[in-house]
Design a protein around this ligand. Structure first.
Ligand code: PMP
Length: 450
């Protein structure tokens, strides 16, 4: 296939006529519960570009929600997948195993934080990995309660809905939810009611006091935390908080589970977000960026914890599918050989400096936050008012979409624009995308597009 020209190009309005026709078919064939943020149907993708069925080239600032870190058709991934499909597509690792599964687990042991002995188990989706981390933690500790945080997102299955904080759209009407989940306050500096200088200590104290009075430390199997919250709005807890929570777990015989499904695999400029703080989790969940777009997820953890489960207690028909494993090995090789951690930091520098200039111009950006190529802006009413402005956020995002820039929103209050470009995007496309974003803010604030 000829490489995709890395240039934005709009041949029709967005969505174009073919996309609109497909969307009409979607409405007739697909559940309304599955919504599409930008109903532009994709024909090809690679680098920093998505090509739609009408021939439009869109700039990708979303990576399919932090998945195509290496690009959507990375050569090493394509080659590995093609080679594997020709050899075999499936046997079920629980029936007759294959080496690719082992290679992925060996890579996970080498790359995840900590030099201790580790084991992994592979699954299909992030939610499935989280469910299994909880199973493992309960089996190892013999305890039941899981502590999760405000603004957390861990998935849409029954147990992970219970762990996820936000009601709409994730939970509304879908209860009753799994029990034995306790929710604690999150160290969210921008919206912390107390002194911003002391968020880490105050949030930790609130967590510890709540768990003591409402749960009892001796009942906690695990605390699960996203080192930087993803769907919650790229909330970066202040330095020291994560480490304090991990230490609390150690002091009380609970496991510390880092959910790095969104933050993992170079996204934040390190292999994992925990690396930046030197925090070593007992269990880590990964998915998304691990396999260049193929469905794969993992739980990796201390050998004695992972081995506490009885044989046959973990698994699933497709978990660690050989094609997905081959893709993961291709994606990881790409990250290593192209130093995508370094590239994530460069992209982060460009995003931050441009977003700071934008914030000075528009006055409605309450905060720019994130790490590496995981950066967001929290949109507020402005002029000293930190109230979330979800309507403005939606209008800016819609403007970007019409102009061929794929942006994602996030946040408990719907007022966060998050940027997760593929790490293979060029600087030119990055700047062009940021020009479109700037124009979107200025046009919408000018009243031209609301
Ligand atoms: N945990 C985190 C931190 C996530 O960001 C997500 C997905 N957005 C999940 C879990 C669930 O992953 P999946 O959609 O693959 O089930």
């Amino acid at each position: 296939m000829t490489p995709i020209t890395q240039r934005r190009e709009l041949r029709t309005e967005l969505p174009g006529p073919r996309s609109r026709a497909l969307q009409a078919r979607k409405e007739a064939a697909v559940s309304a519960g599955v919504s599409t943020g930008l109903p532009v149907y994709i024909d090809r993708a690679g680098g920093g570009i998505l090509v739609d069925v009408d021939g439009n080239h869109l700039i990708d600032f979303g990576s399919g929600i932090a998945v195509t870190t290496v690009g959507a058709s990375a050569p090493r991934v394509v080659e590995a997948v093609q080679g594997q499909v020709e050899r075999f597509t499936h046997t079920c690792f629980m029936v007759t195993p294959y080496e690719e599964y082992l290679e992925v687990c060996e890579k996970l042991a080498a790359l995840t934080p900590g030099s201790h002995e580790k084991r992994s188990a592979l699954f299909n989706s992030g939610a499935e990995a989280v469910e299994n981390a909880v199973k493992i933690a309960r089996a190892y500790t013999g305890r039941s309660t899981i502590v999760a945080f405000d603004h957390a997102y861990h998935g849409r299955t029954n147990l992970t809905m219970a762990l996820t904080a936000k009601n709409l759209p994730y939970k509304q009407g879908f209860g009753p939810f799994a029990g034995e989940v306790h929710r604690a306050p999150m160290a969210y500096p921008f919206r912390w009611p107390g002194d911003r200088e002391h968020v880490a200590e105050e949030a930790f104290a609130a967590f510890a006091a709540q768990v003591h009075t409402q749960v009892g430390e001796q009942n906690v199997a695990a605390v699960i935390v996203e080192p930087i919250q993803g769907e919650g709005g790229f909330i970066v807890p202040p330095a020291g908080w994560l480490e304090r929570i991990a230490r609390w777990c150690q002091e009380h015989g609970a496991l510390f589970i880092a959910d790095e499904i969104q933050t993992g695999f170079c996204r934040t400029g390190d292999w994992f977000a925990c690396d930046a703080e030197g925090v070593v989790p007992d269990l880590i969940t990964t998915a998304k960026g691990i396999a260049g777009g193929m469905p794969l997820a993992a739980v990796t953890g201390r050998a004695e914890v992972m081995d506490a489960v009885h044989p046959g207690g973990l698994g699933g028909t497709y978990g660690g599918n050989p094609v997905a494993c081959a893709a993961a090995l291709g994606a990881i090789a790409t990250m290593e050989e192209e130093d995508l951690c370094g590239r994530a930091r460069q992209i982060g520098d460009v995003l931050r400096s441009r977003l700071e200039q934008l914030a000075d111009k528009v006055g409605v950006i309450g905060e720019i936050r994130g790490r590496g190529a995981m950066v967001a802006v929290e949109v507020v009413v402005g002029s000293g008012d930190r109230s979330p402005d979800a309507a403005l956020t939606a209008a800016v995002s819609a403007h970007c979409h019409r102009e061929g820039l794929v942006t994602l929103t996030a946040g408990t209050f719907g007022n966060v624009l998050r940027f997760l470009p593929p790490l293979t995007i060029s600087d030119e496309l990055l700047h062009e995308g940021l020009d479109i974003l700037e124009d979107a803010f200025l046009t919408v604030l000018d009243g031209g597009d609301r």
